[in-house]
Design a protein around this ligand. Sequence first.
Ligand SMILES: *[C@@H]1O[C@H](CO)[C@@H](O)[C@H](O)[C@H]1NC(C)=O
Ligand SMILES: *[C@@H]1O[C@H](CO)[C@@H](O)[C@H](O)[C@H]1NC(C)=O
Ligand SMILES: *[C@@H]1O[C@H](CO)[C@@H](O)[C@H](O)[C@H]1NC(C)=O
Length: 357
Amino acid sequence: MDKRMGSLVMIAVLMLVTRRWIGVEARPAVERRNLLANGLGMTPPMGWNTWNHFYCNINETVIRESADALVSTGLAKLGYRYVNIDDCWAEHDRDSKGYLVPRKSTFPSGIKALADYVHGKGLKLGIYSDAGSRTCSQTMPGSLGHEQKDAETFASWGIDYLKYDNCNNGDLKPMKRGDMHPDLWADKLGNSWRTTMDINDSWESMVSRADQNEVYAEHARPDSWNDPNMLEIGNGGMSNNEYIVHFSLWAVSKAPLLIGCDVRNLSKETMAILGNEEICSVFKRRRTVVVLLNRSPEFRIITAQWDDIGIPPKTIVEARDLWKHATLKKRFVNKVKANVPPHACKMFLLMPLPLSE
Ligand SMILES: *[C@@H]1O[C@H](CO)[C@@H](O)[C@H](O)[C@H]1NC(C)=O
Ligand SMILES: *[C@@H]1O[C@H](CO)[C@@H](O)[C@H](O)[C@H]1NC(C)=O
Ligand SMILES: *[C@@H]1O[C@H](CO)[C@@H](O)[C@H](O)[C@H]1NC(C)=O
């Protein structure tokens, strides 16, 4: 998947209006509408995707069990409602009429049955295709030249979300389309787009994706979200603190929160991260949040000035630690700072207090 930077087209239903960046004031939702003002994706998508843990080793059983797990763990209630099938779900070739065919050996009941199952649990089903002749795995056809037919097929199955990759495109430009910068054109086509190459389950990869994504912060807004790729939390390649950083950075960036581990077998630690109810709640709303990140291998005092965050000078602020689940007794003026362990972060919800007299 995504050996080329994929564009991600999303058809989604989400809730409340959001937005506040580190230091960047949001454009109000009404100020700018994209062509796909479809009312979907008002907040960034949340759910689960097969790729980061299972790669091509998927089938209808693991997808049903994962849907079950999203509900039984309580993650669905927090907003993780998309169950997204990534690459490798179809037969190698189209049928004689040109339709994509679910792979018989792994999806014997077909995708429509899976959509019905997932919908029956109050969840949504996502699927994957590619703008080229074959998908990135090469195991199934891409949609190039079959776009209309495939869109109709997905609609007839009851698909709620499409991830659209960009492998094997014969060097066709995504547009007179502005080449590999979906932030510049994709808001007319989808609700979310990739801003980075694929992530892997390592600290270096994760923080570099966050850095690359940050460049496009100005382009993110309700209906149109930057995607630094799916979550690796729970896959075992990072420390617990590093996974906390991963979740904090994705949440504060309003990135899609698409879980990429085996949700049928979540450790307590992983559940405490993905299931952080306060962060999931803040993520969906317009709030002022700051992440103090220590990238270094030693403890560091990290400071954020009100000036950097867009809070008026002299404002007195109450801070809630979203990982400790505690409101700090101390009030902050002009800045907030903390002593942060190596490869770790603090995440504070900042609540300006009304000026007295
Ligand atoms: C379905 O996929 C899962 C995850 O890769 C695997 O553990 C399981 O054996 C597969 N089941 C079948 C019936 O192939
Ligand atoms: C993961 O990504 C990092 C940084 O992008 C890279 O240095 C590393 O080689 C990658 N690891 C694997 C296993 O691909
Ligand atoms: C479940 O997760 C644990 C680690 O948290 C791992 O050791 C174990 O192998 C996993 N079990 C399965 C069936 O994947």
